[in-house]
Design a protein around this ligand. Structure first.
Ligand SMILES: Cc1cc2nc3c(=O)[nH]c(=O)nc-3n(C[C@H](O)[C@H](O)[C@H](O)COP(=O)(O)OP(=O)(O)OC[C@H]3O[C@@H](n4cnc5c(N)ncnc54)[C@H](O)[C@@H]3O)c2cc1C
Length: 226
């Protein structure tokens, strides 16, 4: 019986996502998981930063980066000489993770304390975007992802700037979403404890804009930043 369980476990793992070797099925708390594409995109769209994991010569690296999205493509950019960019463009598989921490969940015991969060993991092999028009559109999308409206007043990038920058496109095809929200789930025996329990909501908020010290004249804050 035990052997059957072990075999089933490994067979299940082996049959998932043969194209990327990635196991996107949640083993822990699967009820918190989803494979919903729109949900994954909404989590990606709210993020300004992702973490890109990849392995080179047996060493795994996880690098923070800006991100963007165009349709079903997650976009990353960086210097043409970046190690990460060169290797991912060369076919090294990666895993891009986006996380929003929405709150601390304080239960009446350390064991049942938790976090409210939304996260997505996208697995695959990125493609280096070579077509100049697609690259330009992708880089614009990245800027707009970070600061919607910004492209309306920025000058065009020069050829030199474009040549110094690489754009990678990763299909949002093999992915998983996991999230938690709601109050603590305490053990019934702890409910009567004289301990505060509840949620401390957390969110990322923009502060007041600060003028660049070398701005030659006072330029009013554009509407898209208000
Ligand atoms: C919020 C944020 C957003 C970023 N967005 C981008 C982006 O969109 N595009 C981009 O190209 N880069 C971005 N960076 C910088 C990025 O994290 C890398 O530093 C950069 O891409 C160089 O990568 P590489 O593989 O060529 O690093 P290398 O310089 O080859 O890395 C060598 C070693 O330096 C160390 N290292 C590299 N980066 C970091 C780091 N961020 N923190 C601590 N140690 C580090 C590691 O030990 C690494 O193994 C961002 C960084 C942050 C914090």
């Amino acid at each position: 019986m035990e052997l059957k369980c072990i075999l089933t476990f490994y067979l299940r793992r082996e049959t998932i996502n043969m194209t990327t070797q990635a196991d996107t099925r949640l083993n822990r708390l699967p009820e918190r998981g989803s494979q919903n594409f729109e949900l994954a995109c909404s989590i990606i769209d709210e993020a300004r930063i992702c973490h890109v994991g990849f392995t080179l010569k047996g060493q795994t690296y996880v690098i923070p980066m800006a991100l963007g999205r165009k349709g079903n493509q997650l976009l990353l950019h960086g210097s043409v000489v970046s190690r990460l960019i060169r290797n991912l463009a060369g076919g090294v598989p990666c895993c891009v993770t986006v996380t929003h921490l929405d709150g601390l969940v304080l239960a009446r015991s350390a064991f049942h304390s938790s976090m409210n969060y939304r996260s997505v993991m996208v697995f695959g092999t990125a493609r280096l975007v070579n077509d100049p028009e697609e690259k330009q559109r992708g880089l614009d999308a990245l800027v707009e992802h970070l600061v919607p409206g910004r492209m309306s007043e920025l000058r065009d990038s020069t050829r030199k700037e474009l040549n110094a920058t690489s754009l990678l496109s990763l299909p949002i095809e093999t992915f998983s979403v996991k999230s938690r929200n709601g109050p603590p789930s305490d053990a019934a025996t702890d409910i009567s404890a004289a301990v505060w329990a509840g949620i401390i909501p957390l969110e990322l908020k923009a502060g007041d804009p600060e003028d660049a010290p070398d701005m030659v004249e006072k330029i009013p804050l554009p509407d898209y930043l208000k």
